[in-house]
Design a protein around this ligand. Structure first.
Ligand SMILES: Nc1ncnc2c1ncn2[C@@H]1O[C@H](COP(=O)(O)OP(=O)(O)OP(=O)(O)O)[C@@H](O)[C@H]1O
Length: 272
């Protein structure tokens, strides 16, 4: 992170424990330290169950840390904050509302002027390439189009912070890379601070300014890699650059050990 960039998100010595169905406590995150600068695009990778989604729920205010501090713009997170947007793996679109209705729902709920909100919603639908689909219902759209609705739904609130939990993982490979390029273009418009959780290291490197590798659970930060690839980027093309391949090799070496450790644990548990 550039030292002149103010910090937008800070997790300081964060531990998160959950009660298990058997009544014991399970530590999902342990002493996690992470700092993300304002306007930075940060991707988080790590083996399954290492606490990636848990990290997002702490920043969003949906969950509280057991110990440690979670700070957004210097203030401790104590609940859900309207300046934080969330895009999940599963679409959060409302099936009974039209595309326009879905994108307008948040600002209307917050008391926005109806005509102004509709205008802004149409504007965002144009930006995500859905002009002409305002009156469609979600079931009349493809998976990629529904994802665009979800993006517009979140971006219309102009969140300073955007948390994305494997947002494209349910899409086919081609749609996924198109959506990644569109996300980068949209991100350039308002430059929110992004935490993007993914299992896909290629996607992480292609999108991000920095890639954080978490250890097998309990999740800690194992390593942080600065992605010094030039912007603007085209996701489909950047992966052929020698620097991309070099970064991939370097980060994968670190990630692979954690993935193997997590896998070995699950197979041992299954056998016992
Ligand atoms: N509400 C909860 N109650 C109990 N345990 C939980 C809860 N939420 C998460 N966990 C546990 O915490 C650990 C971390 O979960 P989390 O979903 O954050 O991992 P993840 O890295 O996002 O996993 P994946 O890559 O598979 O999506 C897991 O072992 C999970 O079972």
């Amino acid at each position: 992170m550039d030292t002149s960039t103010p910090t937008a998100i800070r997790l300081r010595n964060v531990t998160k424990r959950f009660a298990t169905p058997s009544g014991r406590m399970y530590t999902a995150l342990a002493d996690l330290d992470l700092e993300i600068g304002a306007g930075e695009f940060c991707a988080v990778v790590g083996p399954t169950g290492c606490g990636k989604s848990t990290t997002l729920t702490l920043v969003s205010g949906l969950e509280r840390a057991s110990t440690g501090q979670v700070l957004v713009d210097g203030g401790e997170v104590t609940g859900i904050d309207p300046k934080v947007g969330f895009v999940f793996q599963n679409d959060a679109v409302l099936p009974w509302k039209t595309v326009l209705g879905n994108v307008s729902a948040g600002p209307l709920w917050r008391g926005g002027d109806k005509r102004d909100v509709r205008d802004r919603a149409r504007d965002w639908l144009r930006r995500v390439g859905l002009s002409g689909f305002e009156g469609h219902y979600p079931h009349q759209l493809s998976g990629g189009m529904r994802k665009r609705v979800a993006l517009a739904q979140s971006l219309i609130n102009e969140p300073g912070i955007l948390l994305m939990d494997e947002p494209f993982s349910a899409l086919d490979v081609q749609t996924r890379s198109i959506m990644s390029d569109e996300l980068l273009q949209l991100w350039q418009l308002t430059r929110p601070t992004v935490i993007f959780v993914t299992h896909d290291l290629e996607e992480a490197i292609a999108l991000a300014d920095k890639v954080v590798v978490l250890t097998a659970g309990p999740g800690r930060v194992k390593a942080v890699y600065d992605i010094d690839l030039p912007r603007p980027r085209t996701v489909q093309e950047i992966r052929f650059q020698p620097r991309f391949v070099e970064l991939y090799r370097q980060i994968w070496t670190s990630l692979r050990d954690e993935v193997q450790l997590a896998y070995a644990r699950t197979t041992t548990q299954a056998a016992s």
